[in-house]
Design a protein around this ligand. Structure first.
Ligand SMILES: C=C(O[C@@H]1C=C(C(=O)O)C=C[C@H]1O)C(=O)O
Length: 428
């Protein structure tokens, strides 16, 4: 971005006296949402939208954001990560994807961090006029009335040409792994459904936020889901990440069998091995950019409503002059969504998956003017597009790591568990 075209934004943040019900304020048709438990934000309207594509999309977005943040006029007495100027974003998985990667600066942002809440209004800075004279304190708008919900029936167990291609891909991946071409590759499959155009998307978002309270529930530019995997969180100089690899379906209504599924995951040599690879890939990518990198000693079992995951948390101090978006670019794609080694895995995905992943398994999150932000891997999600006047298409994607000895049938069943958050959230 040349300096001539840098828009000059003005952001005014004010604390809110009461804690808002964030989701209630989201746009029913084009929600802009980032929430987990008693934290998060909801955007209303758009002050600015930046679009990127290609292999250098992260670098160009990070550079553009640095310039915009530097040029912005920010009146922010709250001074917390996520107050002042904020953009929400979603980035495509592949550098070759036809899907746009976007950063959106909402016109209004209502945010909450535990017991504190604030509102930020962003406008194009007035030129020539006395900015102070035109500035008004942003006010909480009326929440839109709750609309209807008819939902979509996503069938994720049906077999057909699409699943045939998935099974063939998994078998071929195992063959290539046996031949020594690569160690691990993550293969995914897609399913498509239609929802009525008038449906109020706060309904599925509310379900996701309630059921998946250990996950980040998000809605950015039609990408809607709840991800358990923190790619990077960088706030006030502290960096953290959560690496997941290794999955078992939860067993509903049978605590003993559910406990056995968890123990089997914790003691599986195959899963521990795959997990170690995923952790190593994040450590290697992150190490040059941070100080005092440490990981939880042993992987732990993360319990979600649909699955158990082997999980490792990482913590570090931020190195000099790095913002969250630069770290996202350095980390993406991790072995959790591509494989090992990365280059061979990306090529294998391009050859064996018969579709463009779009934003699935890319990054979704937010960034503020200081470079603080939170980004998760876009998993357990679906992308909504406008189809015809009356309907919108929902494309949901889920996958899993293929390693030596992976069984295609078993991998298919694992994807069914990973589709569950979206299937249930969008059901009638
Ligand atoms: C690829 C997905 O999930 C990833 C793959 C996992 C696995 O193979 O065990 C576990 C968590 C995620 O890192 C997905 O949800 O689509």
């Amino acid at each position: 971005m040349s300096s001539v075209s840098v828009p000059s934004l003005r952001a005014v943040t004010r604390p809110l006296a009461e804690l808002p019900d964030l989701l209630a304020y989201a746009d029913p048709a084009e929600p802009l949402v980032w929430t987990r438990g008693d934290r998060g934000c909801v955007g209303i309207g758009e002050a600015l939208r930046l679009m990127f594509s290609g292999p250098d999309r992260f670098d160009r977005a990070a550079a553009a954001w640095r310039e915009i943040a530097a040029a912005a006029e920010i009146d922010d007495p709250v001074r917390l990560p996520g107050s002042g100027l904020v953009a929400l974003g979603t980035f495509a998985f592949a550098g070759t994807s036809g899907a746009q990667s976007v950063l959106v600066v909402p016109r209004l942002l209502i945010a909450r961090h535990r017991g504190l809440a604030w509102i930020t209004e962003v406008t194009l800075a007035p030129t020539g006029a006395d900015a102070a004279a035109t500035a008004l304190d942003p006010e909480l708008p009326e929440a839109p009335p709750l609309g209807g919900w008819r939902g979509a029936a996503l069938d994720v167990t049906e077999r057909g040409p699409q699943t045939d291609a998935y099974f063939a891909g998994v078998r071929e991946a195992v063959r290539r792994i046996d031949d020594g071409a690569l160690e691990k590759v993550v293969l995914a499959r897609q399913t498509v459904a239609e929802i009525p155009a008038g449906d109020d998307l706060r309904v599925p978002l509310g379900r996701l936020a309630e059921r998946y309270d250990d996950c980040w529930t998000f809605a950015v530019d039609g990408l809607i889901g709840a991800s358990p995997e923190t790619l990077i969180r960088s706030t006030g100089g502290a960096v953290s990440a959560r690496v997941l690899a290794g999955t078992r379906a939860r067993v509903a209504g049978d605590a003993a069998a559910d406990g056995r599924a968890r123990d089997e995951l914790l003691t599986s040599a195959k899963d521990q091995h795959e997990h170690a690879f995923a952790v190593q890939s994040v450590v290697t990518a992150l190490a040059p950019h941070v100080r005092s990198l440490h990981t939880s000693e042993e992987p732990f079992a993360l319990r979600l409503p649909n699955v158990w995951h082997l999980a490792t948390d990482l913590g570090a101090g931020l190195g000099a002059e790095r913002g969250a978006l630069e770290l996202v670019g350095a980390l993406h794609p991790t072995a959790a969504v591509a494989g090992t080694p990365t280059g061979a895995a990306i090529e294998t995905i391009a050859e064996l998956e018969p579709f463009d992943r779009g934003r699935y398994s890319g990054a979704v999150g937010w960034i503020d003017a200081a470079g603080d932000g939170e980004w998760v891997i876009a998993l357990r999600c679906g992308q909504l597009e406008s189809a015809s006047a009356g309907t919108r298409t929902l494309t949901a994607t889920a996958g899993g790591g293929i390693v030596a000895g992976s069984d295609p049938e078993h991998e298919f069943v694992e994807t069914v568990s990973k589709f569950r958050p979206v299937v249930e959230a969008f059901s009638a």
